[in-house]
Design a protein around this ligand. Structure first.
Ligand code: OOG
Ligand code: MG
Length: 267
C-alpha cells in the first residue's frame, strides 16, 4: 500500500467532521474506507491532524500521545498488524478509581499499558529505546479506555488512525518509578474485571520493550514534521487484548513493580 496523500483538503475536512460528530455524540459510523477505498495511512493522519487542530481550537489541551496496536494480542484482536499513534487531551483524562460514564461512548474497552512521562524533547527520525529512556522522567501504569467509532469495532489502519486510534479516556495511577529502577521488559500485569482475572501479560509483549513503542511513536511524529515535547504523557500500547466493559463493571490492572490502577463504569 502506498503512503501518499490521496484525499483532497475538502475530503479531509468532510471525514474529520464525520469522525468528530461520532466522537462527540457517541454513535457508530461505517469505516471510512467503505467510501474511500484508496485511503492511505497518510490520509488517516491528515484527518487525525485536522481533528487535533479542531479540538485544540475549541480549548482542549494536548497532554500527550498514545501508541496503539503495538502487541501481538492487540494486532490479532483487531486484524491490523501495523502500530499507529493518536493524540491525548486533558478532556480524556479521568482520575484513578473514578466512575467513568459509558453513555457518552459507543462500545468502550479497557487496556492495560505502561505510560511514560518525559522530561526532554524527543525528536525523530531514528529515535531509539535509549533516547526514550534518557528522556523519561518516570513511568507509571495506566488503563486506557478505547472506543472505536466504527460499527462493530471493525476497522482498517487508515480508518482507525483517522479516528485518533480509538482514543476515548485514560487513567494513570499506581506507583510512578524512575525508568532505571525497574526492568521495563519484564513487568507482569494482571487485568481483573469484577474481581476475576480476564487477561494477563508482560510488558515485553509491547514490541519487545515498551520504550521501543515510544521510539516508534516519535518517528511517526517526525514523519508529520512534529516532535514530542518535554512533559508529555505517552502510552505505549495495550499489553493484552482489550476487554469490553459496561455500566456496573469495575476494573483493576495490577502491575508488578508499578502498583495498580482501577476504574469503574456507570451508565
Ligand atoms: C486501536 C487502538 C489500539 C492499543 O493500545 O493497542 C490501542 C483499537 O484497537 O481500537 O490503543
Ligand atoms: Mg491503547
Amino acid at each position: 500500500m502506498s503512503n501518499e496523500l490521496t484525499l483532497s483538503r475538502e475530503d479531509i475536512v468532510r471525514l474529520c467532521e464525520r469522525v468528530e460528530g461520532a466522537q462527540r455524540r457517541a454513535y457508530a459510523i461505517p469505516k471510512l474506507t467503505d467510501e474511500y477505498p484508496a485511503m492511505t495511512v497518510a490520509d488517516g493522519y491528515a484527518v487525525q491532524a485536522e481533528l487535533r487542530r479542531r479540538y485544540l481550537a475549541q480549548g482542549h489541551k494536548l497532554v500527550g500521545w498514545k501508541a496503539g496496536l503495538t502487541s501481538k494480542a492487540k494486532m490479532q484482536q483487531m486484524g491490523v498488524n501495523v502500530p499507529s499513534i493518536g493524540f491525548l487531551t486533558d478532556r480524556m483524562a479521568r482520575p484513578e478509581n473514578s466512575a467513568v460514564k459509558t453513555s457518552d461512548m459507543v462500545h468502550p474497552r479497557v487496556e492495560c499499558e505502561v505510560a511514560f512521562v518525559t522530561r526532554k524533547t524527543l525528536k525523530g527520525p531514528g529515535c531509539t529505546r535509549q533516547d526514550v529512556l534518557d528522556a523519561t522522567d518516570y513511568v507509571l501504569p495506566a488503563i486506557e479506555i478505547i472506543d472505536s467509532r466504527f460499527s462493530g469495532f471493525k476497522f482498517d489502519l487508515p480508518s482507525v488512525i483517522a479516528d485518533n486510534g480509538s482514543s476515548a479516556r485514560y487513567v494513570g495511577g499506581g506507583r510512578a518509578r524512575y525508568p532505571g529502577d525497574v526492568d521495563l521488559r519484564t513487568l507482569g500485569v494482571v487485568l481483573e474485571k469484577n474481581g476475576e482475572m480476564v487477561a494477563m501479560g508482560a510488558s515485553a509483549a509491547v514490541l519487545g520493550h515498551p520504550a521501543d513503542a515510544i521510539a516508534l511513536l516519535v518517528d511517526i511524529l517526525a514523519e508529520q514534521g512534529e516532535e514530542l515535547p518535554a512533559g508529555s504523557f505517552v502510552m505505549s500500547g495495550g499489553i493484552t487484548e482489550a476487554i469490553a466493559v459496561k455500566p456496573g463493571d469495575s476494573v483493576v490492572a495490577r502491575f508488578q513493580e508499578l502498583g495498580s490502577v482501577s476504574v469503574r463504569f456507570v451508565e
